[in-house]
Design a binder for this molecule. Structure first.
Ligand SMILES: NC(=O)c1ccc[n+]([C@@H]2O[C@H](COP(=O)([O-])OP(=O)(O)OC[C@H]3O[C@@H](n4cnc5c(N)ncnc54)[C@H](O)[C@@H]3O)[C@@H](O)[C@H]2O)c1
Length: 465
């Protein structure tokens, strides 16, 4: 099957690679020529500069006969003559803090696609094509897509929905062994196109292949994300807070009581200073906006967003309320710049908020370390008035030596082994702020070595004099 992907971001590139790996002939179109050139290099290191996702580079290179990348609309037009499906993988960020989804990228791409589709097969439009929303879109977007196509004179098409459930950091492993595939369509013809696309998975006993209408598919994605987001907020803001406020509660022990209830289960039961990333926050806000538009109460969504935000603010403010730490003129080591481990994606990462906070409080220098997300993090602060105060550290030791405070903002597994490097390089008397409880197994040892510790899910741990 020939399949076009529009948008070569995390979702477009990963889904396209898996489609090519499933035997389809795939073209990926993106408006960003630099990105396209890097993907077309078929060089793993260069591909990973654009998008670090374990296994993605290898998968693209292994399937190079079946996948190519383009920013040339004429090439896309030719490809469309025989294309049976188009996946729309465009960004759908929030519009101006209003909760409403900014569909500009999606609509621009849909209009561009419509113009090409109306001309396919020399204008006869003989080839049936299914246009599929893979972007996370508002529940009623399918109607908008149809209207755009009809206005441009497109015929012989269907519009479906196939929300993406990938988890950044394990997108490729997750996509070749998906738990579920959700396809939304309005005709048996469109369901048949989906079955062809996913024939590799459809008969697997491990995959739940769920056929619904496009509205249910879009709603299912937004609602699933909210349930997950809410669970994180509950764990951070209620379970974690309880363990901070009552002496003698060990977060890990309380956690084990909770997760050993099968109804609760394990997912999301950790403590962190923020649920960031590109999806949870904007999808919750979009859901709130859509439900608000139907006059439904949205307090729980609002509280979840607030609980998540409060966790980060609370954690950062504890440096002042519990330790009277003065950041003025201080050097801070910042560990973990991506929004979580195994990705170079810094969108809504806790490190961004922590950096802003420390700079606002007068920090002299931030020495930031991350195994791979450094360039994206620096890029984010390019235009910042204090950009010169932010330095990338090549090694963990550089973010420790001579610092007054260190802050761990995400969960790269190697941070669990930081203790000996801290003791060797970080001056005693310094403050350790652990936003992921990465050093929980060593808090006693660190306190005995002269460090005060503020950790999410623990009261202040004072150094032992
Ligand atoms: N990243 C995730 O983990 C994830 C998971 C599930 C769903 N989603 C959803 O998938 C969608 C895409 O997310 P993403 O993280 O891949 O976004 P992204 O920002 O990483 O990538 C989007 C790509 O679209 C390109 N683009 C923008 N306008 C274009 C146009 N008119 N024509 C062609 N290309 C264009 C951009 O250059 C970029 O490469 C969003 O709706 C998101 O909510 C993301």
């Amino acid at each position: 099957m020939k399949i076009l992907f529009i948008g070569s971001g995390y979702v477009g590139a990963c889904s396209a690679a898996v489609s090519a790996d499933s035997g389809h002939e795939v073209l990926v179109y993106d408006i960003d020529p630099q990105k396209i050139a890097k993907f077309n290099s078929m060089d793993k290191d260069i591909i990973e500069e654009v998008l670090y996702e374990n296994g993605l580079g290898e998968m693209i290179i292994r399937n190079r006969e079946r996948i190519s990348f383009s920013h040339d609309l004429a090439e896309v037009g030719r490809f469309l003559d025989q294309t049976e499906a188009v996946f729309m993988c465009l960004p759908t960020p929030e519009k101006d803090g209003s909760g409403e989804t900014n569909l500009t990228y999606y609509l621009d791409a849909a209009r561009g696609l419509a113009a090409l589709l109306a001309k396919r097969n020399n204008g006869s439009q003989g080839q049936y094509i299914l246009i599929i929303n893979k972007s996370t879109v508002p529940i009623e977007t399918v109607g908008i897509t149809k209207e755009i196509m009809q206005l441009a004179g497109v015929e012989n098409f269907g519009v479906g929905s196939n929300p993406e459930f990938l988890v950044e950091g394990k997108a490729i492993q997750g996509s070749i062994k998906p738990e579920r595939i959700v396809v939304g369509a309005e005709s048996s013809k469109d369901f048949a196109v989906f079955r062809d696309i996913y024939k590799r998975f459809i008969n697997s006993p491990n995959v739940n292949y769920i056929e619904v209408n496009p509205y249910e598919a879009a709603a299912g994605k937004l609602l699933a994300n909210f349930v997950l987001f809410n669970r994180l907020a509950v764990c951070f803001d209620v379970v974690g807070r309880a363990c901070e406020k009552f002496e003698n509660l060990d977060f890990e022990k309380v956690r084990s009581i909770l997760i050993n209830d099968k109804r609760i289960g394990e997912w999301g039961f950790y403590n962190s200073l923020y649920a960031g990333g590109s999806c949870f926050i904007k999808d919750a806000r979009s859901l709130m906006h859509q439900l608000g538009g139907k006059n439904a109460g949205t307090d729980l969504i609002e509280d979840t967003l607030e609980g998540n935000k409060r966790q980060l603010e609370n954690f950062l403010m504890r440096s002042i309320s519990e330790k009277q730490f003065d950041f003025t003129g201080k050097t801070a080591g910042l560990f973990g710049l991506a929004f979580k481990r195994n990705t170079n994606d810094v969108r809504n990462s806790a490190a961004l908020g922590a950096t802003e906070f420390m700079l606002n409080m007068g920090a002299k220098e931030i020495r930031a370390f991350d195994p791979i997300a450094g360039p994206n993090y620096l890029n984010y602060f390019n235009e910042h008035k204090d950009a010169d105060k932010i330095k990338l550290a090549a090694r963990e030791e550089e973010s420790l030596a001579g610092c007054d405070v260190i802050l761990i903002a995400c969960d790269w597994p190697e941070f669990r082994e930081l203790t000996p490097k801290i003791i060797e390089n970080f001056p005693p008397g310094g403050l350790i702020m652990d936003g992921r409880r990465m050093l929980a197994h060593d808090y006693n040892e660190l306190a005995e070595n002269g460090y005060d510790i503020i950790a999410v899910g623990s009261p202040l741990i004072k150094r032992k004099e």
